[in-house]
Design a protein around this ligand. Structure first.
Ligand code: ADP
Ligand code: ADP
Ligand code: ZN
Length: 212
C-alpha cells in the first residue's frame, strides 16, 4: 500500500507516519527529515536546501524529485511506503504520476491554522531519527531524550512563529491544490487532525480501509 500524508505544517503528518510504520510495517519517507539529515551531514544537497528551509520556503522541485525517486526504488519500499510531506506542489505530484509511482490513498490531515502555532512552539524533534514529540500533547518518557533511539530532542529552527506563519502561507498557496488534484483521481481521504493523536490515527486507518 502506497500512501501520501498531506496537511499543513504541524498537522501531525510525522506523528501519524510513525504510528503507521509500526502498524503497517512499511517505511515512512519524510523529505523534511531527509533534508535535515543532509544539512547535518553537510552534503551538497543539504547546502542547497538550507536557505530555503531556514526561511520556510519550498526547496526546488528537482532536488525533491531526485531524492524521492531514489528512495522509493529501495527494496524496503517494495511492499509499500508512506510519503510524509511530499508531494508539496502540483509539479511534484505530476512528476510522481509521470514516473509511475503508484499512490493508493492520499490522506489529508485537516487542522485549522489557528491551532498550529501552539503545536509548533511545543514541538521537539529527535536530532538523530527525526521522531516528533510535543512537550504537552506527546511528551517523551524522559525529558529531552527520544523514546525510540535515545537521541537528543531539539527545537527546529523553522518552528519559530514568524517562519511558521510563512510556511502556512506556502501551504495554502502551493500545496493545498493537491487535494483537488487527488480528489479528481478518486484517491483523496480527509481526516480530522484536531483531535487526539490516537483518534486521528484510528480515522486514518479507517480511511485507508485497514482494520482499526
Ligand atoms: P507535521 O509532520 O505535520 O509537521 P508533527 O507530526 O511533527 O506535524 O506534529 C506537530 C506537533 O504537534 C508535534 O509537536 C506533535 O507532537 C504535535 N501533535 C501531532 N498530532 C497532534 C494531535 N492530534 N494533537 C495535539 N498535538 C499533536
Ligand atoms: P512540516 O511538515 O512541519 O511543514 P517538513 O519537515 O515536512 O515540515 O518540511 C520542512 C521544510 O523542508 C519545508 O519548509 C521545506 O523547506 C522543506 N521541504 C520538505 N519537503 C519538501 C517538499 N516535498 N518540497 C519542497 N520543500 C520541502
Ligand atoms: Zn530518535
Amino acid at each position: 500500500m502506497n500512501l501520501i500524508l498531506l496537511g499543513a505544517p504541524g498537522a501531525g503528518k510525522g506523528t501519524q507516519a510513525e504510528l503507521l510504520v509500526k502498524r503497517l510495517g512499511i517505511p515512512a519517507i519524510s523529505t523534511g527529515n531527509m533534508l535535515r539529515e543532509a544539512m547535518a551531514n553537510g552534503t551538497e544537497l543539504g547546502k542547497l536546501a538550507k536557505k530555503y528551509m531556514d526561511e520556510g520556503a519550498l526547496v526546488p522541485d528537482e532536488l525533491i524529485l531526485g531524492i524521492v525517486a531514489d528512495r522509493v526504488a529501495q527494496p524496503d519500499c517494495e511492499k509499500g511506503f508512506i510519503l510524509d510531506g511530499v508531494p508539496r506542489t502540483l509539479a511534484q505530484a505530476e512528476a510522481l504520476e509521470a514516473k509511475g509511482v503508484k499512490i493508493d490513498h492520499v490522506v489529508s490531515i485537516e487542522v485549522d491554522d489557528g491551532k498550529i502555532e501552539g503545536r509548533m512552539t511545543g514541538r521537539r524533534v529527535c536530532a538523530k531519527c527525526g521522531a516528533s514529540y510535543h512537550i504537552v500533547a506527546n511528551p517523551p518518557k524522559t525529558e529531552g531524550v527520544c523514546d525510540s533511539c535515545g537521541g537528543e530532542l531539539i527545537i527546529r529552527k523553522d518552528d519559530k512563529p514568524e517562519t511558521v506563519r510563512h510556511r502556512l502561507e506556502v501551504y495554502h498557496a502551493s500545496t493545498e491544490v493537491l487535494k483537488d488534484f487527488y480528489a479528481k483521481l478518486g484517491r483523496l481521504r480527509t481526516v480530522n487532525g484536531d483531535q487526539s493523536i490516537e483518534g486521528a490515527n484510528e480515522d486514518i486507518l479507517k480511511a485507508i480501509g485497514a482494520k482499526v
